[in-house]
Ligand binder design. Structure first.
Ligand code: 2AM
Length: 473
């Protein structure tokens, strides 16, 4: 190759390979490098033609760096953690002032900030870019959440805007999120919301299967019905309808998949940071816990020998089964809305705390396409916000309007039915508790304050007088 590539990418696992193909298919020359050279060679062999010779493989990092236009733009998609640091260290020795490294992996936003500071002292730019949409998104258009220097963003902007998914209005699902680690922070919260909604969908499945006795094809139809509700229509429900129908060797695959889910960093990080920032996001917390307990297979087997469930086995008439479908829909709708609300609450708090000056309406807009939590509700929310960048009050009003009516009553009934039947519904229940804790005029923490004062003389405030008080109990 004589002319230089517009951009480079390091790390040819599935996400990296698909993103490189996406960039090449959009007409940009891209150089690629992978630690294991055979992977690079196979990649070029498999996809060189598809990209009309816009993909260029390098055998060494030095050759790779030399093949790039300056200022160099290098996307990293290597394993999160130490490999990112190692690759940055190696690259930094080969780069020149003003070159740009873009970490598109799932890095912790604090690590991103540490790397930005370290590289800035060498005159290098570092962008932490969240990327959502899985393998398909990377190939056909992901939602991209870059954070870091605005000037560096302007240099990569034409490429990223072409590569990103499009929103409902055809605009690219990428903006400069803000300074420092804000891009990776927003991606982390996106994943936290994803954990919460997936857990709520799993609980809906459990209720419908265990109490409603619905078959897999019936479940597929029920979820397809939910996907017609404009507050629920989403990628996650769409794939759920497909999962229930999928057969292999005449068997429904879903019935043979082990019920142990893993949890990678981002869900846990979201709960840790929510606690650090003092933000109540119980659905995200219990969604992480639910994965942890599901994975504790030995603990579950042991407990099953001793724990006896004293539960009802509700038998439903055909009419009651129909009602159950509607109850689950209502609970799903309100809970999903409150999952978005918890995630957005976290973003608003972090924005104030870290002074990132985020544009909430635009963040919601770029989640409309490409990413895993994409849904029509986000479109409606973004429209409701309009150009008002800081409209957290408006978000709140729009969200709360949905929650006050009969749907809430059905949600409560569904919770008692689930508990009577011994079905764990931690996410549905935590979400209802979230609503109730904010709705209730007086919480019982007056007793906690009294106890703290009793054993530790911590003092308390009163409702009838100003000041701090202590009682000799
Ligand atoms: P590999 O193909 O040589 O294993 C996801 O694991 C991607 O990150 C792969 O492309 C992998 O390269 C790369 N990767 C993992 N650890 C790495 C490291 N320490 N240095 C460079 N690349 C690494």
């Amino acid at each position: 190759m004589s002319a230089k590539s517009t951009i480079g990418l390091v790390g040819l696992a599935t996400m990296g390979a698909n993103l490189a193909r996406n960039i090449a298919n959009k007409g940009f020359h891209i150089s690629v490098f992978n630690r294991t050279t055979e992977k690079t060679e196979k990649f070029i062999q498999d996809f060189g033609k598809e990209s009309k010779d816009k993909l260029h493989g390098s055998k060494t990092l030095k050759e790779f760096v030399a093949s790039l236009e300056t200022p160099r733009k290098i996307i990293l998609l290597v394993k999160a953690g130490q490999p990112v640091d190692d690759m940055i260290t190696e690259l930094a020795t080969l780069l020149d002032k003003n070159d740009i490294i873009i970490d598109c992996g799932n890095s912790h936003f604090k690590d991103t900030e540490r790397r930005q500071n370290a590289l800035a002292s060498q005159g290098l730019n570092f962008i932490g870019c969240g990327i959502s949409g899985g393998e398909e998104g990377a190939l056909h258009g992901p939602s991209l959440m870059p954070g870091g220097s605005k000037a560096a963003w302007e240099k990569i902007r034409p490429i990223f805007e072409k590569v990103a998914a499009k929103d409902f209005a055809g605009k690219p699902c990428v903006i400069h999120i803000g300074d420092l680690g804000s891009g990776h922070f927003v991606k982390m919260v996106h994943n936290g919301i994803e954990y919460a909604i997936m857990q709520i969908l799993a609980e809906s499945y459990d209720i419908l299967k265990t109490i409603g006795k619905f078959t897999n094809p019936e479940l597929s139809k029920i979820f397809a019905g939910y996907n017609k509700n404009s507050n629920l229509k989403s990628f996650l429900i769409e794939i759920t309808t497909k999962i229930f129908n999928k057969k292999e060797d005449g068997k429904f695959i879903i019935d043979y998949i082990k019920d142990a889910a893993g949890q990678k960093g981002t869900g846990k990080w979201t709960t840790e940071i929510a606690h650090d920032l003092g933000i109540y996001s119980p659905t995200i917390n219990v969604a992480v816990d639910a994965r942890i307990v599901s994975g504790d297979t030995s603990g579950r087997t042991m407990c099953q020998q001793f724990f006896t469930l004293k539960t009802s086995k509700t038998k439903l008439s055909p009419a009651a089964k129909k009602k159950l479908i509607k109850q689950v829909e209502d609970a799903l709708e309100l809970s999903t809305i409150l999952c978005y609300e918890q995630g957005l609450g976290l973003i608003v708090k972090a924005d104030r705390e870290y002074k990132w000056n985020l544009n909430y309406a635009e963040i919601i807009r770029i989640w409309q396409g490409g990413c895993i939590i994409r849904s029509t509700y986000l479109k409606d929310l973004a429209i409701a916000l309009g150009k008002d960048q800081k409209a957290s009050g408006k978000i709140f009003t729009k969200i709360m309007k949905n929650l006050g009516g009969d749907k809430q009553k059905f949600w409560r009934k569904l919770m008692s039915l689930s508990l009577e039947n011994g079905i764990p519904v931690p996410a549905f229940y935590a979400t209802l508790n979230y609503y109730d804790s904010y709705a209730k005029a007086r919480l019982p923490q007056n007793l906690i304050q009294a106890q703290r004062d009793f054993f530790g003389a911590h003092g308390y405030e009163r409702t009838d007088k100003e000041g701090s008080f202590h009682t000799e109990w």
